[in-house]
Design a binder for this molecule. Structure first.
Ligand SMILES: NC(=O)c1ccc[n+]([C@@H]2O[C@H](COP(=O)([O-])OP(=O)(O)OC[C@H]3O[C@@H](n4cnc5c(N)ncnc54)[C@H](O)[C@@H]3O)[C@@H](O)[C@H]2O)c1
Length: 419
């Protein structure tokens, strides 16, 4: 099918309509509280204050400077707590947004569900697969609305890309490359001198991401978003992974890797019904930002290059090995073999931009996917619709997908997706 601007706008419109707010069954505001008002919690609070029908009733953090910041963003109507159990008892919120360090996700989300609350839990769902599965069972039992903070599922560009892949616009997916590359240490400054008795405790509290007791490192903090996109686009979780990682540059006492490279295998069914394997290369590094954060989905008919702000489609020019010479018959192809070996293929592959041609851009105005994922969550809360855009099943698959990569680094060798 030729891809025109109209085709793009048409599918984009359909994708957006699916994500649009349906009429709420009950117009009373949803009483929401936020637990964890650090970096992400503050973003979520600011987004919540812009959503109609949300009453932000309380915020909680056990670190005073962060609680103060969260309270400022939330506004004077929000009560403040340093103990989340007191918040749950006193306010009995309908929904709770949880943005605490990874190792606390399970405990706090489980307590919120037990208190009868709907839960929006930041990614990665849990610190272990066992916790994620136990939490998913509790969600199902409780009939509460539950969503994991995987905001690309609310991003119009990714929704459009997913629809394009499902419609066959890039053909059969051949391979995927994704990365999150940055150039910074991830380390946060500690607001007391190193000689202060509180320094060690505060350092670990603020830099929880760097220590294995609290964090699953780059895969949980960054890879979880992108491997969720892969699971979503391919419609399943991987079969197995092989990964290598280490601390090669930021040798500053951290315990989590400062770089990791993963090779995932997904077993899919081809157009002819025959099974085939898609290999996904995922890398994350902290000391070079050239490639940034993006996913490249390579298909037999085209390639999609995706970031949170931009989606590009490159159409394949043809599949004939020597078609660039314009020769179709075998004799000409044989003649070309000599030229190919003489270096013309090298010339072609050395100039990928010439091969790619000008891309089509997914024509969707830039949105705010953090706000959009919360709009969707609140909508599901109001309609009592437990099939959220990133429900517990999505969260469990994502959690297992990224944790087996860390396991592979530690153990060496391939690690299967856990049964
Ligand atoms: N979806 C995204 O794009 C995105 C972006 C950043 C972070 N995150 C996720 O959000 C979560 C928090 O990350 P962050 O960057 O905001 O970390 P952070 O350290 O800035 O904030 C975490 C907050 O939780 C508080 N906290 C810890 N224990 C608590 C307890 N028992 N009760 C109440 N508060 C407690 C801490 O004091 C801190 O203020 C992580 O799971 C992270 O992966 C998601």
């Amino acid at each position: 099918m030729p891809i025109t601007r109209r085709t793009f706008l048409g599918t984009a419109g359909a994708a957006l309509a699916t994500g649009s707010l349906l009429q709420a069954a009950d117009d009373a505001p949803v009483r929401v509280a936020v637990i964890g008002t650090g970096g992400r919690g503050s973003d979520l609070i600011r987004a919540l204050t812009t959503i109609d029908g949300v009453e932000l009733v309380g915020v909680c953090d056990d670190y005073a400077p962060h609680l103060e910041q969260g309270a400022k963003y939330a506004g004077p109507q929000a009560k403040t707590f340093d103990d989340y159990r007191r918040l749950l008892d006193d306010l009995k919120p309908q929904a709770v947004v949880v943005a605490v360090p990874l190792y606390l996700h399970y405990k706090i989300a489980a307590d919120c569900l037990s208190a009868g609350c709907d839960v929006f839990l930041e990614k990665t769902m849990c610190y272990t697969v066992a916790e994620a599965r136990t939490l998913a069972a509790q969600v199902a039992e409780s009939k509460r609305v539950f969503q994991v903070g995987l905001q690309r599922r609310a991003n119009a560009i990714y929704k459009q890309a997913q629809a394009m892949i499902a419609a066959g616009m890039i053909g059969q997916v051949a391979s995927i490359k994704a990365q999150w590359h940055r150039n910074n240490s991830w380390r946060r400054p500690v607001p007391v001198p190193k000689t202060d008795a509180n320094w060690p405790r505060l350092e670990r509290k603020l830099n929880w991401r760097l220590y294995k007791a609290y964090s699953a490192g780059l895969m949980a903090e960054l890879g979880s978003h992108q491997m969720d996109v892969v699971n979503w686009f391919l419609g399943k979780h991987p079969k197995r992974v092989f990964a290598s990682g280490g601390i090669e540059y930021f040798r500053d006492g951290r315990e989590v890797y400062d770089n990791i490279s993963c090779l995932y295998e997904y077993e899919l069914n081809g157009a002819n019904g025959k099974p085939y394997t898609v290999r996904v290369n995922y890398t994350s590094i902290c000391n070079n930002a050239y490639e940034g954060a993006a996913e490249l989905i390579l298909g037999t008919k085209g390639s999609l290059y995706l970031t949170s702000a931009k989606g590009l489609l490159f159409q394949e020019k043809g599949t004939d090995v020597v078609s660039w010479e314009g020769n179709k018959d075998q004799q000409a192809a044989d003649a070309n073999a000599a030229i190919v070996t003489a270096g013309k293929t090298l010339k072609l592959s050395n100039d990928p931009w010439a091969h790619r041609g000008a891309p089509f851009e997914i024509d969707i105005a830039e949105g705010n996917d953090t706000r959009d994922e919360l709009v969707s969550f609140i909508d599901h809360v109001r309609r009592r619709d437990v099939k959220t855009i990133a429900d517990a099943a999505v969260g469990v698959d994502d959690c297992a997908t990224i944790l087996i990569a860390n396991q592979s680094v530690e153990m060496g060798g391939w690690v299967p997706f856990p049964n």
